[in-house]
Design a protein. Structure first.
Length: 667
């Protein structure tokens, strides 16, 4: 299934699989203590956090797949992909969120407070007032029996110590939320999509003015108590490499930490959310709201961090005269951003203050690697060896489903009406190697679905797979544009500094247009499968058609950088494209997205290379027809594409395609 961008109509992306089994992990975290987990698990977590600490995820690390070339069409219905959410519907979103303590802070501490409604926190907040009709989820103590999968559902039962690591428990907790009916186990707070009223909004978005600040929200960084004690939350931080990139592309915005620019209404600035003491600008009341949540992370860390970021933005709006804000983020910083938006912290979303959001390797649907920290014994052992990883709890997909995906608890969907009108673009990563850990391929050590990943995050978890029309952007032409995605073959901790992210961020945060390039139709003349003995081909029909794509914003970007730079890249070896199964002699209209993302206003064309091949070896989609010479070209498109609405064709003896280009003014 493709990783391409979402469609123009705000519904499921054209490439999204319609027949895959619902295997997206996701369950509930239990606070019960268990027996001690093996040291090797804690050591593995230590290696991950150490790698992360080698390069502070705050400003310099971010990675994500390049724009829209990554998915040619639909995968086989029985391929068992655990990376994409299956079709919409109750069973498709069964992902019980972690069972965390009730929110420690006030539900609404005042007009500008951080509200956390509908997060489903507590033992069973989603069913709190349904009485005996809604029993609490089953208890789980992490003890397991090797070989008995029922004692460690979808997790790993460690022998000798008999401890369950990364289980999926109560996976169907939120099945009914988002189905359009307010059931007996749903409430307006726990499932506003079904039982609540649409959020009230005011004000108006302005996408281009001199009074919009851009705030960079950094990602997770392993902070020990000594370091935390020296950090100031709410402090303005550097603009990171994003600020440099904006200047490179002619976007003159001062950095908010430059002397004299602190009050510029169009500044770019980072924000620190870690720390034990507040920034000087914070009032006693604001400090009290933040301190309602522990500084050391843990179950309420996400609420603390989102409160800090939201109050920092509100402070900047008040002191600079700015009226609106763009958000840019990396990794966990994108989860904090989602928490802020969906739960309307400081009313920034409901007042239409946030106008654009560009993510890099974002923790959008949770980091499945964080499930390893779910077991209390692993947490205890980690602390014994000096690993402060309490923030891993916040990135557990269950926690994300419960808290950040507050509207309908569907982590891979951005359906909250509070997201409506925000220009959203995601950049995802596909390089599984971790340079800071001797190029270890951590996620591929246990990746039975052969999913694309960036070493820390599965690529599919780094973006909204789809958005409802109410949560999308309604453009002047009448088109409804949902979030878009591009892919970069970059690792998690490098992506924010990559050409792919910086180009997409500059265009997405400050320019007007988005472009989509889709395969409108494909006729398969010769399938390049073997039809008779020794005919020079291999494999059997139908053909497995894959589009390997590269997109460059040349000559425009090459003229600025003095070199060619990839904006989007999608290849079989990265495992990110989808497979289209097609019989010889047929014509299909797949709507496969080759590219979808923001483009610069001054661009008149881009360079597209789309290599349509027949693949005989693509394990991700169960294609294993050959070991040698596994791909055969059907057709190559390698050309400049004018940025104007049109359709062009290409053909060979094997195939003919029509490709549609659409350029949309977003406002």
């Amino acid at each position: 299934m493709p990783l391409g961008a979402a469609g123009l109509d705000g519904r499921r992306a054209p490439w999204a699989n319609r027949g895959m089994r619902a295997q997206r992990d996701d369950n509930a975290r239990r606070p019960e203590a268990a027996r001690r987990a093996p040291c090797c698990t804690a050591a593995l977590l230590l290696s991950v956090a150490t790698a992360a600490a080698c390069e502070d995820w705050s400003a310099s690390a971010s990675r994500r797949p390049a724009p829209g070339a990554g998915s040619i069409v639909e995968p086989p219905a029985d391929s068992g992909d655990s990376g994409f959410a299956p079709d919409a519907g109750p069973a498709a979103t069964a992902d019980a969120g972690p069972q965390t303590p009730a929110d420690a802070g006030p539900a609404d501490a005042g007009p500008g407070s951080a509200r956390d409604a509908g997060t489903g926190s507590g033992p069973d907040a989603g069913t709190a007032d349904a009485g005996t009709q809604c029993p609490p989820p089953p208890a789980f103590d992490y003890a397991c029996t090797p070989g008995d999968v029922t004692t460690c559902p979808q997790g790993l039962c460690m022998p000798l110590v008999n401890q369950c690591i990364a289980p999926v428990v109560d996976a169907h907790r939120w099945d009914a939320c988002g189905d359009g009916a307010c059931g007996p186990c749903e409430t307006a707070q726990a499932c506003p999509a079904d039982c609540g009223a649409p959020p009230a909004t005011g004000g108006a978005k302005e996408y281009a003015n001199a009074t919009t600040i851009t705030v960079w929200v950094h990602g997770f960084s392993n902070q020990g108590p000594d370091r935390l004690a020296q950090m100031t939350y709410g402090e303005a931080k550097s603009c990171s490499s994003l600020g440099t990139a904006l200047h490179t592309f002619g976007i003159a915005r001062p950095c908010g930490t430059t002397p004299g620019a602190e009050n510029a209404p169009n500044q770019v600035v980072g924000v620190e959310y870690y720390g034990t003491h507040p920034a000087a600008w914070m009032t006693p009341a604001e400090i009290a709201e933040v301190e309602a949540y522990p500084f050391s992370g843990g179950p309420m860390g996400l609420q603390r961090y989102a409160t800090v970021v939201a109050k920092f933005i509100r402070h900047k709006l008040a002191t600079t005269g700015a009226t609106h804000v763009n958000l840019a983020c990396h990794s966990m910083g994108c989860l904090i951003s989602r928490q802020l938006l969906e739960n309307d912290y400081e009313h920034l979303a409901s007042e239409n203050r946030v106008v654009r959001w560009v993510t890099s390797a974002g923790v959008i649907a949770g980091a499945r690697l964080a499930r390893m920290f779910d077991n209390p014994s692993v947490q205890q052992m980690s602390r014994l060896i000096g690993l402060e990883v309490s923030d891993f709890i916040l990135m557990n997909p269950d926690y994300v489903r419960d808290h950040a995906a507050a509207w309908d608890h569907r982590p891979w969907e951005g359906n909250n009406p509070l997201l409506g009108g925000i220009l959203i673009h995601h950049v995802g990563g596909t390089d599984p190697r971790i340079p800071q850990a001797m190029n270890a391929v951590l996620l591929d050590l246990n990746n039975p679905g052969d999913e694309p990943n960036d070493g820390i995050m599965y690529t599919h978890d780094e973006a909204f797979e789809r958005q409802s029309p109410a949560a999308s952007v309604h453009t002047p032409s009448g088109a409804v544009m949902s979030a878009t995605l591009t892919l970069s073959h970059t690792g998690h901790m490098e992506i924010a500094d990559s050409d792919a992210y910086q180009i997409a961020a500059a265009a997405g945060l400050f320019h007007r247009r988005k472009a989509t390039i889709t395969v409108q139709s494909i006729t398969l003349r010769k399938d390049r499968e073997s039809h008779q003995f020794l005919d020079g081909e291999q494999g059997t029909g139908p053909a497995e058609v894959v589009a390997e794509t590269e997109v460059r914003f040349d000559p425009y970007v090459a003229g600025i950088l003095g070199r060619a730079a990839l904006v989007h890249e999608d290849r079989i070896e990265y495992r990110s494209p989808a497979v289209l199964r097609q019989q010889q002699g047929t014509t299909l209209t797949p709507g496969t997205v080759l590219f979808a993302g923001p483009v610069f206003d001054a661009m008149t064309e881009l360079h597209l290379r789309a290599d349509l091949v027949e693949s005989d070896l693509f394990r991700r989609w169960g294609v294993q027809e050959a070991l040698l010479d596994p791909t055969h070209r059907l057709l190559l498109v390698d050309r400049q594409v004018p940025l104007q609405d049109h359709v062009f064709t290409a053909e060979s003896e094997y195939a003919a395609v029509s490709i549609a280009v659409r350029v949309v003014d977003m406002y």
